[in-house]
Unconditional design. Structure first.
Length: 418
């Protein structure tokens, strides 16, 4: 099928105009998308880092309050006296006595339930009179002497004998200012996930006479810091440990195990950063941008006790997160399509101006070839087409003269030879 000159010119203009345009659009989209991802990642990193610093400060303040409480003179005196009066733990009679008291405590016998109503327990309870999240998060608060025997408690939660617990052993061997921060764990008594803080009961001389233990619900303790940060419809901060266990999140329950080990590895680095990763820990396998930051102070001080590091994790739904990118792609595509249509329209107008005088030339040459009389061509394009029209006019004039001369000679011969 033969294509007209106008069609060919329009196609050439579309190809020549569209290719650079499409290339520019593609480069602009990828560059814009990359810049947008970097901006989102940097903002998520900043959110995660700021939240991690606030959590570090919260833990530091909470541990300081417990250390201050452990310095109470009544606790120092009570734990010291109880240890001195207890005798040698290796003595069989002492062991039997402690075992009996432990059994009575488990049964909540009235003979020993006074541990929740004695002077020490009243001091502990008075410490919890404030209306704070730390108080609301407290599930148990108790003290034991340097033998691990319970001395006072706000409730019946603790074991009577605590010698075998790592929190007691490590804290008792720690110096003044030492603190234990335990791993997140599911407590069988409370049927909820908890963390524990333990600090030594130390005299002014530096002698350790016992240990103060406090059990917290981490979701309640950290909620004001973690769950108060929200952006967009789905954006939020969550707190996890380096094993991928959720400590606090507005969406996922505490204790939830993130299933993708690669994701956990990517968001538990040693420094605050952000990553583009497959999956988001919330059930989606789409690409996500996640900002994260370690709790640096907590990890430096408590790495030995807590085991796994803690990390803040800034996340937003992929659909919402990439909505600006998709919008950018839509508008770039729309502008590209409009530009191509504009090129086509302008190409059509331009080709018409070129093709129309050429068509006039074509018609004129056909009529001249048939011997028809034509008027001089009036084409003014100021280019080669105008020159060609002038040459055709000249040729037409010469042909007319030639034809007129021939016709004259024919008439003259006809007259001579009637």
């Amino acid at each position: 099928m033969r294509r007209g000159l106008k069609t060919k010119l329009i196609l050439i203009m579309l190809v020549v105009g569209s290719l650079p345009l499409l290339l520019a659009i593609i480069i602009s989209y990828f560059q814009g998308n990359k810049s947008l991802q970097h901006a989102i990642g940097a903002s998520f990193q900043a959110l995660a880092h700021e939240t991690s610093k606030r959590l570090d400060l919260l833990l530091e303040e909470e541990i300081s309050r417990n250390i201050h409480l452990a310095f109470h003179p009544a606790f120092i005196l009570t734990t010291k006296t109880s240890s001195e009066n207890m005798g040698n733990l290796e003595d069989k009679s002492v062991k039997l006595k402690l075992m009996k008291e432990a059994r009575l405590w488990d049964e909540q016998d009235s003979e020993i339930i006074s541990l929740t109503h004695n002077a020490g327990s009243r001091i502990l309870k008075s410490f919890l009179n404030e209306e704070t999240l730390a108080v609301k998060a407290t599930r148990a608060l108790y003290i034991v002497n340097d033998r691990g025997v319970l001395i006072a408690s706000i409730n019946s939660y603790p074991q009577y004998l605590n010698q075998e617990y790592p929190s007691f052993q490590k804290t008792l061997s720690g110096s003044k200012g030492y603190s234990w921060l335990g791993k997140i764990r599911l407590d069988s008594k409370l049927n909820e996930f908890v963390i524990d803080i333990a600090v030594p009961i130390v005299s002014h001389d530096g002698d350790v006479y016992g240990v103060l233990h406090r059990i917290y619900n981490p979701k309640v303790l950290f909620s004001q810091v973690v769950e108060s940060v929200a952006f967009g419809d789905t954006g939020h901060i969550m707190l996890i440990n380096s094993d991928g266990v959720v400590i606090d999140c507005p969406i996922l329950p505490t204790g939830f195990q993130l299933k993708d080990p690669e994701l956990v590895k990517n968001v538990t680095g040693p420094k605050a950063s952000w990553v583009m990763t497959k999956g988001d820990g919330h059930g989606s396998n789409k690409n996500s941008i996640i900002g994260f930051s370690p709790l640096s102070k907590m990890m430096q001080v408590h790495r030995g006790s807590v085991g796994a590091g803690w990390f803040t994790f800034a996340w937003q739904s992929s659909n919402e997160l990439f909505a600006p990118t998709n919008k950018l792609f839509f508008w770039i595509s729309l502008s590209g399509l409009f530009s191509i249509l504009l090129i086509g329209g302008m190409g059509s107008l331009a080709s018409s101006k070129i093709v129309q005088p050429i068509k006039q030339l074509q018609v004129a040459t056909v009529r001249i070839g048939r011997g028809e009389h034509i008027e001089p061509l009036n084409i003014h394009t100021n280019d080669e087409i105008e020159l060609l029209a002038h040459e055709i006019n000249t040729m037409n004039t010469l042909l007319k003269r030639s034809i007129s001369g021939l016709e004259g000679k024919v008439l003259e011969k006809t007259k001579k030879n009637p």
